[in-house]
Ligand binder design. Sequence first.
Ligand code: FE
Length: 249
Amino acid sequence: MIFRQLFEPLSATYTYLLGCEETGQAVLIDPVVPTMDRDLAEIARLGLKLAYTLDTHIHADHITAALELKKKAGSRIASPAIDNLACTDLGIEEGVPFTVGNLRLDPIHTPGHTDGHFAYLLGDRLFTGDALLIDGCGRTDFQNGNADDLFHSVREKLFALPDDTLVYPAHDYHDRRVSTIAQEKKRNPRLGEAIPREEFKTIMAELNLPYPKFIDHAVPGNRQCGVCPANLDQNLRQYCEQMEHSPQG
Ligand code: FE
């Protein structure tokens, strides 16, 4: 397998490129608009063809590049079926493997950050989205987030995987790239094994994070698989810069 961990600095998002060496097919997990040309260039450099984009959830902090990549590279859009997006080509369900060439990803429904959130397991690599971050987790206070659900998703489903499983999160704000299930069980200050459910719920209830500045644009845009909103304030333009500067007509 060909594997690249790519970083989008504006939203501190990791986009994962997985390529099948036998068939040349590739998938991008959680691609982001401002870096989609960088991702496509890397795919071309590796001699791969983008077959699919695959999102872990409906993002609130950035615009997915799924739709623009479909237009530009002819890729198909895969996303959780539970979110019922009309723009999706393939709805992902738990228990139904998602295949790209000879790569097989096992989708794991991990609600809590959003109700439709999925993680994806490929061999010993786990793409955790925002359900489990390195020494952290996604917030649970919007998009039908629920701390009880997230506790169950991480502790009962993700922590049931082998200790050596590599944890690749959708974000990191401190330049960390990878963890393991064993490390998160031991060290995660919110969801580590020593922390009881009620303590986790208190931690999440008391985070007092500011309302995300981009959410009111990102969620409707991402429900359309990545449409940049019109009339975006100047200070938010950078989130959609790539589309503005890459007219396709
Ligand atoms: Fe998120």
